[in-house]
Design a protein around this ligand. Structure first.
Ligand code: MG
Length: 385
């Protein structure tokens, strides 16, 4: 019997996006088959995925974890690979959909390889477009690859734009929950704890993106991502705080019409759109109850309360190097914050120090240039602390 299941590869299979994707695959065994799966170093979780889904290939990107993976899964029949090069190799293996769920710049080379290989890419990794949007979009224009965004806001906009023409778009608006500190005054942020910053009111996500949501760097990075993804001018792209997180994205057209996308705050909704596309995947999500929702509120984003957001917005449409510096400095700062080395407000301080520094702002022609600049920023910050 012919197998009509979609073959998928899941990059970052043990992370937040990967786990949600696997939930949907598990609920639809007749629709999907996992061809490849990757993890960075969580061998136990990767071994469970291998045992349950018997993929063709599994990659552990941290080579130090390889022997442990072989000990657990050596007899599984799954080909086991290790290292960054193996990620790039797997990304070129043709599948029906490649889910790019690796967090950070670590996901960039595999997304690039997937674009070159003409894959359909369900893109969750923001840093790929934030740091190398100009390179990726140029490559995408030469390729048969397609990007289906699964960041919830971009997926919302994408859905609003199906069968629309980009010249008809006046503006797009991403919504932001405002994070746990949305009712704070800027001065109150000086004393917030790691646990408070990790307590996101609406979404359950990994720690890096949860801290980025509290600072709203996440929304700033998403605007940079949207700038590349939708090919609009900086002034056409904006964000508002919408505490209910019911509307995820809106498009305003030149004729005065607006389209908005609503859904529950569950990453499986945008992921299921990408998995099913161009069809809709039936699963059993919690329903969005309009009546118990009652009100939809919108508030302007206060740049003084969210200085990380302000810095990110200011780099949109400037030299792409600025976004690399912003992103790298933020990754370092969030890591330091989570380790208790700096305070929450130090995050924006470090980001701005890196942006104002004299690290090389030369034009970035290749991914190697991007990675070199990323390293320079990390060294610059390390040297100062
Ligand atoms: Mg998002």
């Amino acid at each position: 019997m012919t197998d009509f299941r979609k073959k998928i590869s899941i990059f970052g299979g043990t992370g937040s996006i990967g786990t949600s994707t696997i939930d949907l695959v598990r609920a639809n065994p007749d629709r999907f088959e996992i061809y490849g799966v990757t993890a960075h170093s969580n061998v136990a979780a990767l071994a469970q995925i291998i045992a349950e889904f018997s993929p063709e290939i599994a990659v552990i990107s941290n080579p130090e974890s390889y022997s442990e993976l072989v000990a657990l899964c050596g007899d599984s029949g799954t080909e086991l690979l290790a290292g960054e090069d193996a990620l790039v190799e797997l990304a070129a293996h043709k599948v029906d959909l490649l889910v790019a769920g690796i967090v950070g710049l670590a996901g960039m080379n595999s997304v690039h390889a997937a674009i070159r290989a003409g894959q359909n890419i369900a893109l969750a990794n923001k840093e790929t477009l934030v740091a190398a949007g100009h390179i990726m979009m140029a490559e995408l224009a030469q390729s048969t690859a397609r990007i289906l965004p699964i960041d919830s806001e971009h997926n919302a906009i994408y859905q609003c734009l199906i069968s629309e023409s980009s010249s008809d778009i006046k503006t797009i608006t991403l919504t932001a929950s405002g994070g746990p500190f949305r009712d704070y005054a800027p001065a109150d942020l000086a004393h917030v704890t790691i646990d408070a910053a990790l307590a996101h009111p609406n979404w359950e996500m990994g720690p890096k993106v949860t801290i980025d949501s509290a600072s709203m760097m996440n929304k700033g990075l998403e605007l940079i991502e949207a700038y590349w993804l939708f090919g609009l001018k900086p002034e056409q792209i904006g964000a508002v705080i919408h505490p209910q997180s019911a509307i995820h994205g809106l498009v305003e057209f030149n004729d005065g019409s607006w389209l908005a996308h609503l859904g529950i705050a569950d990453m499986r909704v945008p992921i299921s759109h990408a998995l099913g596309y161009p069809e809709r995947l039936a699963w059993n999500p919690e329903r969005l109850d309009l009546v118990s929702l009652g009100n939809l509120e919108f508030k302007q984003i206060d740049r003084a309360l969210y200085p990380c957001f302000a810095s990110a917005v200011d780099v949109i449409g400037t030299n792409p190097a600025n976004a690399v510096i912003l992103n790298a400095a933020n990754e370092v700062a969030v890591d330091w914050f989570l380790k208790g080395k700096i305070t929450f407000t130090d995050i924006s301080g470090l980001v701005n120090r890196a942006l104002d520094s004299n690290v090389n702002h030369a034009m970035l022609d290749t991914l190697e240039d991007v990675i070199a600049l990323d390293n320079d920023v990390r060294q610059f910050l390390d040297a100062g602390n």
